[in-house]
Design a binder for this molecule. Structure first.
Ligand code: URA
Length: 209
């Protein structure tokens, strides 16, 4: 498994371009977010361990493969992570969901938790943290730290778009957490937006601006 995987599949890149386009409607943006998340989920689950099980087809008894271990947990960071989590649940409908609410303190600029609700047995599960935009990395770092404090040891991080500084910060804080993204943009502007980016992912998903 690589530390940072850029999902370069043409379908993902095509959909990302549509999402970057400022003329794309809220309805289309939301649909693309969901579809892209499904495709990235396919990549992030590529190496899951498998068990062999005995089954009977209508024709014969046979051994076949199924995913080993406990059900996955998707952990969207509120609120933009919700749009991606839907697309990942389309692919893994039996996954559990942990919601993590964080806001940025205007003084310290640190991520502050306002909501956390996770499956009780989350510690024994693979948890995939989901946030479309990895900008400074502060929210991602706080979310991973919170999950580790809850006992989680097996973590992955999925986003749609990252800034190089966000990747570097998350890797420095949590080098055990591999990252999947569709693209890495070079910089952040003074307001913390990824450039060229796609704007505010939450606002564009939910039509709030
Ligand atoms: N969050 C967003 O929604 N967009 C950015 O560009 C950075 C953080």
């Amino acid at each position: 498994m690589q530390d940072v995987t850029v999902v370069s599949h043409p379908l993902v890149q095509h959909k990302l371009t549509k999402m970057r386009d400022k003329t794309t409607s809220t309805k289309t943006f939301r649909a693309l977010m969901r579809e892209t998340a499904t495709l990235i989920c396919y990549e992030v689950t590529r190496d899951l361990p498998m068990d062999e099980v005995q089954i009977e087809t209508p024709v014969a008894a046979t051994t076949a493969k199924e995913i080993a271990g406990k059900k996955l947990v998707f952990a969207p960071i509120l609120r933009a992570g919700l749009g991606m989590a839907d697309g990942m649940l389309d692919l893994v409908p039996s996954a559990r969901v942990a919601h993590i609410g964080l806001y940025r303190d205007p003084e310290s600029l640190e991520a502050v938790e306002y909501y956390f609700k996770a499956p009780q047995d989350i510690a024994g599960r693979l948890v995939i943290v989901v946030d479309p935009m990895l900008a400074t990395g502060h929210s991602a770092i706080a979310a991973v730290s919170r999950l580790k404090a809850a006992g989680v040891t097996d973590l992955r991080f999925v986003c749609l778009l990252a800034a190089q500084v966000g990747v570097d910060n998350l890797r420095a804080a949590h080098p055990d957490v591999p990252i999947w993204t569709a693209a890495i943009d070079a910089e952040l502007n003074d307001h913390g937006y990824i450039v060229p980016g796609l704007g505010d992912a939450g606002d564009r998903t939910f039509g709030t601006r």
